[in-house]
Design a protein around this ligand. Structure first.
Ligand code: MG
Length: 253
């Protein structure tokens, strides 16, 4: 009798653990909220305030080697990767915040609990991109955040540089969608971080990834039906513009 109860309890624990395994990543922070804006420090603080497991943001480097957090390549007509820091740092986000430097962003993140999901944007000049990867890694290390940061990128050379330069154990994920789990494993990636339409075309990539010890992140999942689909398929992370909707679904499970 007690044995049976013990195993029932054990199974329940396993089920809870399996459900809890999917983590919620706020896409460009939690920006769809009053006073927030994509990639603002406010959006990072808001993602943390609702206990998102992670908060994603995008990083560009200027020609003179300064790192800024912004999604679009261009802000107020200034193309960050072609500009000098002096011309970028005075620009403001839609919520009135100055565009954050990466250092400001990471320092804000250091005071919070949410995991920092840092996207290296693909730069036209691949030498500049590689330098950006190295500068990012050095800054993360300097701030004592090695264990708090995961890297993602659409750039294959950028991913290779991040894998080569980041401390052992750092997770680097690929966004672009064309590489199989086996190819990513070979390159040393922690897993794939693909659009849900890619995963629909390759549903076998969930199991293949898990069998190889890789993790699966799916983006940008904003509709409840797609969230449920990704959860059912076994996504380890779901990146979303609607983190509270996803958290609500996870609570029901
Ligand atoms: Mg991004």
């Amino acid at each position: 009798m007690y044995r049976r109860l013990f195993f029932a309890a054990l199974l329940a624990c396993v089920a809870v653990a399996a459900g809890a395994a999917t983590q919620v990543v706020a896409h460009r922070g939690y920006w769809d909220a009053p006073g927030s804006a994509q990639n603002s420090i406010r959006s990072l603080v808001k993602a943390d305030s609702i206990a998102c497991d992670g908060s994603e943001f995008d990083v560009w480097m200027t020609t003179d080697g300064h790192l800024f957090v912004n999604h679009d390549a261009t802000i107020h007509g200034v193309e960050i990767q072609k500009a000098k820091a002096a011309d970028v740092k005075k620009l403001r986000l839609p919520n009135g915040e100055l565009i954050p430097t990466l250092e400001q962003y990471l320092k804000a993140g250091k005071r919070l609990k949410t995991h920092l999901v840092l996207e290296l944007k693909p730069h036209d000049d691949k030498a500049q991109e590689a330098k950006a990867a190295r500068k990012i890694i050095a800054m993360v290390k300097k701030l004592g955040l090695n264990k708090r940061v995961t890297y993602i990128t659409f750039s294959l050379p950028g991913m290779k540089e991040l894998i080569k330069r980041a401390p052992k154990g750092t997770e680097v994920y690929y966004l672009n969608g064309e590489l199989s789990p086996a190819e990513l494993k070979e390159l040393g990636a922690a897993g794939l971080d693909y659009h849900y339409s890619v995963m629909r075309k390759h549903p076998e990539w969930y199991k293949q990834s898990h069998d190889l010890g890789l993790k699966v992140n799916v983006w940008t999942v904003n509709e409840e039906s797609v969230m449920r689909e990704c959860l059912e398929m076994g996504a380890d992370f779901i990146t979303t513009n609607a983190p509270e909707l996803l958290q609500g679904i996870l609570k029901q499970q």
